[in-house]
Design a protein around this ligand. Structure first.
Ligand SMILES: Cc1cc2nc3c(=O)[nH]c(=O)nc-3n(C[C@H](O)[C@H](O)[C@H](O)COP(=O)(O)OP(=O)(O)OC[C@H]3O[C@@H](n4cnc5c(N)ncnc54)[C@H](O)[C@@H]3O)c2cc1C
Length: 379
């Protein structure tokens, strides 16, 4: 292993690995440093939904970023399969956001109007339509928004595909190595400090998910991020119960391959505790069964939890540090890190190469004034 790299990426989750993969494809030398095992934190806990339309229900920079990233998946799927042999299990059967009340019906119809006005496909399904296409859903579902372009992948397989791709292109990985400081000289980053010693680079990217905040605080950067724990569980059914991902107000139900159904996720803010609680699982079970009663008969598989990196304004941080050159941050992807991983890799690589960005990124800036100014202007 070398001691000097073009770029060091701190954090071996889906975001760090996507950035490493993009940089290596462009010929950079890259070291990814991970304090535990790669892809074991939020990125392996995720349900893998590519919910650009179901999750982001208002026009704005996040909606644009999410759609662009989602549209990268079909070619990324082929590329990763070809380069690494990893099948990311892309399923493109759309997502159905359900309504149980007239207020929700109204809200979803407005979402459909705005999404169509921006060129997205979104279709209103009546209760009768839903009984035709998803007959196992409860009768309490009185309608829903169907977004045929939203899909899903295996989050862990995608994260592994990026890491394998990066490694095959000559990227170095250092696991069980906690980065506890940054080397900065004359306003420029020079590398990182870890227990195993110092590692040098031209650029450093902080992609430490919910834990990024600890490194950033050392630089007096307070991005106002906080952790949000999420619990999920999976069951197995002999016959398929649903074909589309069901996105309800309190939970989602994701049909995976081989009869597996994944149900998520609780939202517990301000904790790094990754224990699965009986309360969390029973809360999810109750809601999921009320939407899909046949789940009661399914075979229990397992439950798990992960920590999402949330930001106060709900937008990720994707950008260069305002005063330290060579230092980049890519975090705060909250509920959409899987969806946003391909575009994050590409835009951070563009920023590092000082390329002109294909679209405006100020809304994701680390400069809080730029970000707030834009936010206030749009409200
Ligand atoms: C239950 C659940 C369900 C979700 N479902 C979806 C979904 O369906 N679709 C979707 O798009 N998103 C989903 N998400 C969100 C998604 O998982 C996250 O946004 C994404 O995984 C964040 O990736 P990351 O690489 O930033 O963070 P992580 O995966 O947490 O990786 C960060 C890594 O950085 C390492 N690290 C931190 N600090 C240091 C340091 N100082 N030195 C070395 N290493 C360090 C950590 O150990 C960790 O491995 C879900 C999340 C949860 C918890």
């Amino acid at each position: 292993m070398k001691k000097h790299y073009d770029t060091i990426v701190v954090g071996g989750g889906i975001i760090g690995n996507s950035i490493a993969y993009s940089l290596l494809k462009r010929g950079q030398s890259v070291l990814v440093i991970e304090k535990g095992e790669i892809n074991r934190k939020a990125s392996s806990a995720a349900a893998g939904m590519l919910a650009a339309q179901a999750e982001v229900t208002e026009a704005g920079p996040l909606f644009d970023l999410a759609r662009k990233s989602r549209n990268m998946f079909p070619s990324l799927n082929e590329e990763l399969m070809e380069r690494t042999g990893v099948d990311i299990e892309l399923i493109q059967k759309g997502m159905l956001t359900t309504a149980y009340t007239n207020d929700k019906v109204q809200e979803l119809k407005e979402v459909i109007d705005f999404q169509r006005s921006l060129g997205e496909e979104a279709v209103w399904l009546t209760r009768e339509d839903i009984q035709q296409v998803e007959p196992n859903l409860s009768e309490k579902v009185i309608g829903g928004m169907y977004a045929p372009r939203d899909g899903q992948v295996s989050a862990f397989k995608l994260a592994s595909g990026f890491a394998r791709g990066a490694s095959a292109l000559g990227g170095d990985y250092l696991e069980f190595t906690d980065v506890h400081g940054l080397l900065i000289e004359e306003g420029r980053v020079r590398g990182v400090q870890a227990l195993q010693g110092e590692f040098y680079s031209e650029n450093v990217v902080i992609a430490g998910g919910a834990w990024s905040t600890f490194l950033l605080k050392q630089l007096d950067v307070n991005l106002g991020m906080y952790p949000v724990k999420g619990e999920c569980f999976s069951v197995i059914t002999a016959l398929p119960l649903i074909t589309k991902t069901i996105f309800a107000e309190d939970c989602y139900i994701v049909p995976k391959r081989e009869g597996r159904i994944l149900v998520g996720a609780t939202m517990v803010p301000h904790t790094f505790d990754e224990k699965v609680t009986a309360d969390g699982v029973s809360w999810l079970l109750e809601r999921a069964i009320s939407i899909l009663p046949a789940l009661k008969e399914a075979e229990w598989e397992r439950a798990w939890a992960g920590i999402r990196p949330q930001t106060t304004d709900g937008l990720p941080y994707l950008g260069v540090h305002p005063t330290i050159s060579g230092l980049f941050v890519a975090t705060g992807h909250y509920r959409n890190g899987v969806l946003l991983s391909p575009i994050t890799g590409e835009v951070i690589a563009d920023m590092i190469e000082q390329k002109e960005l294909p679209f405006a990124m100020q809304a994701f800036s680390l400069d809080l004034q730029t970000r707030r100014g834009l936010y206030e202007a749009s409200n």
